[in-house]
Design a binder for this molecule. Structure first.
Ligand code: C2O
Ligand code: CU
Ligand code: CU
Length: 518
């Protein structure tokens, strides 16, 4: 039974919590602060169950039931959702390098879907992209050898034209890889205690408690962005650290929103890993941008025992004075500050080991190792093509668009087509992929098949926390990003890999292409 009053009350909680918790820009924080309140407002962070597979000595079997369910994001209000082995999101899968894993994916969601292993180096036929469709009631069972270093990866639906909607409803989860290097380091690694998955998303709800998806024009342009922020599916969440240091495996699993993350008191944190695994050494930062699809592992320090909030820092837009709907949307993007996750350290904190000064070794690639450069031009539909007149409220002629963003998206002038192979790569080659964003809006560019390194952005080397392995890179408006990657292990003349914008509504609306490794 729906309780509208409760929902409305809960919906307004978001803003109250924001006012209470967000302290940005800088405020005096040196006064003696009171001891943390023992009873906390909001909701205790849920930790997704850990699934380590059932081993028969040869392979580890993971049973994944994709299912429909109902989730109580707000007390007394049941929202129809999708989940894996549960009603919303999925378990954290964990395995190690060299493991042979069998993923038994059983689709019971009432419509076709796929399950893609984002960041995992696998043959294209096991990748779970749009070609590996699983009909309702059917199973898909890829057998995968883990061949890459320790990393925080994730998995999600990749259904053609439906990725955004299915992820939004809940088809996503975290995938953690370990290896001898990660196991040998004195890093916080007790899952759910000092090693915490932080899956950040945002949603919009209708008054009846159901999820609102693609209900307004802006959703097509800036992607689906919601006013309700959640971590691990929990609205208005808090976590109680019990150790002085906590490793946060942060995944931006939002459909489209970028997060500029910082602590409310500006305390520094140490970045220890990017998308593809550990950095060579921790990088101390106090603010970090994470676009959809990206991950980062950070070590946060709670040894002062003070409550603190992980917040989204509002960004000043470059689009203050141009008129038009596109500019209005660009101005609005990222201009809002809000709480992501509040921390209330326990009264007694177990002392954590110091963060190791060296983490792993990474061989940086050089541009001259590449035998070939491919260029990818990211384009938003213009008024005259694609974006113009798709409906009564979406047209450029109606004053929307302003010459950009009619809601269709292209790479090199084409939209994704299932039967068109955009690129053919030679097995064994190392290539530079040069991604130029011809639009004013930033797009996170993701490549399947493995991890790459960022060479430069407009000719400038990336910052230290982006010198490791990446599978998703944010390309700002009018920017050119060059990445270098090798195609060494799997060739397949039939099954393609994808590359695309990880704003899922852009992906679903054409900003995706396919490549074969042959
Ligand atoms: Cu996270 Cu092609 O996807
Ligand atoms: Cu992917
Ligand atoms: Cu995009």
């Amino acid at each position: 039974m729906l309780n509208r009053r409760k929902l409305l009350k809960a919906l307004s909680l978001g803003t109250t919590a924001l006012a209470a918790g967000l302290r940005w820009p800088r405020q005096a924080s040196a006064q003696t602060a009171p001891a943390p309140t023992p009873i906390h407002e909001g909701n205790s962070l849920t930790i997704p169950p850990l699934l380590e597979g059932i081993s028969d000595g040869m392979e580890k079997r993971f049973e994944l039931q994709l299912q429909q369910g109902e989730t109580e994001f707000f007390p007394g209000v049941k929202t129809p959702t999708l989940g894996i082995n549960g009603s919303f999101l999925g378990p954290t899968l964990r395995c190690s390098r060299n493991d042979l894993i069998r993923l038994q994916v059983n689709n019971q969601i009432g419509e076709p879907t796929t399950l893609h292993w984002h960041g995992l180096h696998v043959p294209a036929r096991s990748d779970g992209g749009p070609h590996q469709t699983i009909e309702h009631g059917e199973r898909w069972e890829p057998l995968i050898r883990i061949m890459q270093p320790a990393a925080t990866l994730w998995y999600h639906s990749h259904m053609m034209h439906k990725t955004g909607e299915q992820v939004y409803r809940g088809l996503a989860g975290m995938l953690i890889l370990d290896d001898d290097v990660s196991k040998g380091l004195a890093l916080p690694s007790e899952y759910g205690v000092d090693d915490i998955p932080i899956i950040i998303q945002d949603r919009r709800f209708k008054k009846d408690g159901t999820l609102a998806y693609m209900t307004i024009y802006d959703d097509m342009v800036q992607g689906m962005q919601g006013d309700i922020k959640m971590v691990n599916g929990v609205v208005d969440p808090y976590f109680v650290p019990t150790t002085t240091k906590v490793r946060l495996r942060i995944l931006n699993a939002a459909n489209a929103r970028k997060y500029m993350l910082a602590f409310s008191d500006h305390r520094p944190f140490q970045v220890i890993a990017s998308d593809g695994g550990l950095l060579t050494a921790p990088v101390t930062m106090d603010m970090l941008m994470l676009a959809s699809g990206e991950r980062v592992e950070i070590i946060a320090d709670f040894s002062d025992g003070q409550p603190v909030t992980l917040v989204n820092v509002p960004m000043v837009s470059n689009y203050q004075d141009s008129p038009g709907a596109m500019s209005r949307i660009m101005r609005a993007m990222g201009s809002e500050g809000f709480d992501v996750l509040r921390f209330f350290p326990a009264a007694e904190l177990r002392a954590s080991a110091p963060v190791p000064e060296a983490l792993t070794t990474i061989k940086r690639r050089h541009a001259d190792e590449a035998v070939n450069t491919r260029t990818f031009r990211l384009q938003m539909g213009t008024g005259s093509r694609g974006g113009g007149d798709r409906g009564p409220t979406t047209g450029y002629r109606n004053g929307f668009g302003g010459g950009h963003g009619g809601g269709d998206y292209f790479i090199n002038g084409r939209q994704m087509a299932m039967d068109y192979i955009n690129e053919r790569v030679k097995l064994g080659d190392t290539e530079i992929w040069e991604v130029f964003n011809s639009s004013p809006m930033p797009h996170p560019f993701h490549i399947h098949s493995g991890q790459f390194q960022i060479l430069d952005r407009d000719g400038i080397a990336p910052p230290p926390h982006e010198l490791g392995f990446k599978d998703t890179v944010l390309v700002k408006g009018r920017e050119t990003v060059r990445v270098i990657l090798s195609f060494v292990d799997f060739s397949d003349a039939e099954h393609p890999y994808m590359y695309h914008c990880h704003m899922l509504e852009h992906e679903d609306r054409g900003m995706m292409g396919q490549f074969l490794v042959v």
